[in-house]
Design a protein around this ligand. Structure first.
Ligand code: EPU
Length: 455
């Protein structure tokens, strides 16, 4: 069976989504209000951090997405008791943490890359950790070399086995001087989750400083860690002997906020995104305004809308924070098909994040992808045959088509494309969207989309 289809079904069923396909009658503006919960890219890491505590942790605003289900399953196979508290709250009790079998880890990990982040905490608690082959969205090679190097720096012994990787730390983990070749989000989290209980001081240079990472730092500080964040991508961690559990309300999901904002613009709609905040979205908001979108900042969220008039083309380069996030480009590209003129999106974080545009082209968009670094500065993918710059000429009117979700963010952009298109579109493999968008079907309904679900 096609593994993408399998993957979609697995993600969908994890959150009770029993359908694979949505048929959308496009052309209706999205209008109304939706509420965000905690960020996928923080919540899943915060759940792992609970392993480090001597007492239970309480995480609030946990979204019902399949990535959370996967991490929950992984925690449970490692002996962590996970219970649901009051509304959207998870209580994570790590007092009986134990080694899990590779087969169980593999079965629970599915296509997730999260198991790699279990390594530091498990090495501290148990002296060993296993990780299966890792998946994640198909948006490039997504190697784990930085992670393995980081763990070796702390003193871990890494052995490659036919079924995955085994790590051990017979002499414990020790603070280290670590320098990342690229400010990787995951590798920075790896350093944080490992250094907090390592013996001595760790100095990380070239760190990623995304708001989700800063919220993880907040959580670790609540647990008892000592972490200093400098202005030059240097993070210093003084290892401590023990950490307690935390109680924390997760940072809102700014990637989801940007996705609904793009949907409001592309459909000429008006969507109030409850829980969205300005500070973490400054860069997105600037671009939204330049394209011709309008927004109002409120205390309890942000209203995103199309104010009328023509949309304008832009040149964007995705980058690490505080740049324009890679996860924002796919939904926004759909709105750019409606802008008058030529837009350029230069993707500098993942080498293959334009797979989703084939479907847009089939629907009538004019998008060419190039291997050159278009739009400004050269990036690490230039001269390497990766189609990582997109040129979008508009305005074009999209028409309905049968399309298949390729990955999480690309999938959401397909939904937006179908919502803006003239006529009917069938979007299949929508289960993948459940990896990171909570209740997206209910939200579409709330916003007045015209669609039917198919099994
Ligand atoms: N990289 C390596 N070696 C490594 C690790 C990363 O070469 O060992 C490269 C990657 O291949 C990529 C770049 O470094 O080209 C950046 O990757 P990073 O490690 O920053 O990404 P990640 O931690 O795997 C997280 C989010 C992504 C988000 C990126 C960038 C999670 C679970 N995932 O991925 O989110 O796009 O940071 O901000 O936090 C999504 O939500 O759809 C998603 C893909």
């Amino acid at each position: 069976m096609n593994t993408l289809v399998d993957d979609a079904k697995q993600h969908g069923s994890a959150v009770g989504l029993s359908v694979d396909r949505i048929t959308i009658n496009g052309g209706k503006p999205l209008q109304g209000r939706i509420e965000l919960k905690g960020a996928k890219n923080l919540v899943t890491k915060a759940m792992v951090a609970a392993i480090l505590g001597d007492t239970p942790s309480v995480l609030k605003d946990v979204p019902n997405i399949s990535d959370v289900r996967i991490v929950r399953g992984l925690l449970e196979v490692h002996g962590v008791t996970v219970t649901e508290g009051e509304e959207d709250e998870l209580i994570l009790d790590p007092s009986a943490v134990e080694t899990a079998h590779m087969a169980d880890i593999d079965a629970h990990a599915g296509s997730s890359r999260i198991p790699i982040l279990f390594c530091g905490p498990l090495l501290h608690r148990l002296g060993e950790a296993f990780i299966p082959d890792l998946g994640g969205c198909r948006i490039g090679d997504r190697p784990i070399d930085y992670h393995l190097e980081v763990l070796r720096n702390f003193g871990a012994i890494v052995e490659k086995l036919p079924s995955g990787i085994r790590m051990s730390a017979p002499n414990g983990l020790h603070g280290a001087k670590v320098s990342l070749p690229y400010p990787s989000v995951g590798a920075t989290e790896q350093v944080l989750l490992t250094a907090v209980l390592a013996d001595g001081i760790t100095e990380l240079s070239g760190a990623a400083i995304e708001p989700e990472i800063m919220d993880l730092v907040n959580i670790l500080q609540k647990m008892g860690a000592i972490i200093t964040v400098d202005t030059d991508r240097v993070i210093r961690i003084e290892g401590v002997d023990k950490l307690d559990g935390y109680t924390h309300r997760a940072l809102f999901d700014r990637n989801e906020a940007a996705s609904w904002a793009a949907a409001a613009l592309a459909t000429e709609g008006d969507v109030f995104v409850g829980g969205a905040r300005q500070a973490e979205m400054l860069t997105f908001l600037n671009v939204y305004r330049k394209v011709g979108g309008a927004f109002e900042i409120h205390e309890d969220g942000i209203r995103f809308y199309h104010p009328g008039g023509e949309l304008k083309p832009v040149i964007i380069e995705t980058d690490v924070h505080p740049g324009f996030m890679t996860d924002w480009q796919q939904p926004l590209v759909v709105a750019l098909t409606k802008a008058k003129g030529v837009s350029i999106v230069h993707e500098t974080v993942y080498e293959q994040r334009f797979g989703f545009v084939d479907a847009l082209v089939e629907m009538g968009a004019s998008i060419d992808v190039h291997k050159e670094c278009l739009g400004g500065r050269p990036c690490r993918f230039g001269q390497r045959n990766f189609q990582h710059s997109a040129v979008i000429s508009g305005p074009t009117q999209l028409h309905g088509a049968d399309i298949e979700v390729p990955d999480l963010r690309g999938g959401f952009s397909h939904l937006i494309a179908a919502l803006t298109a003239e006529g009917r579109s069938t979007v299949s493999n929508v289960g993948i969207i459940a990896r990171g968008y909570e209740n997206f079907i209910t939200k579409l309904e709330l916003l007045g989309a015209d669609f039917e679900l198919e099994g």
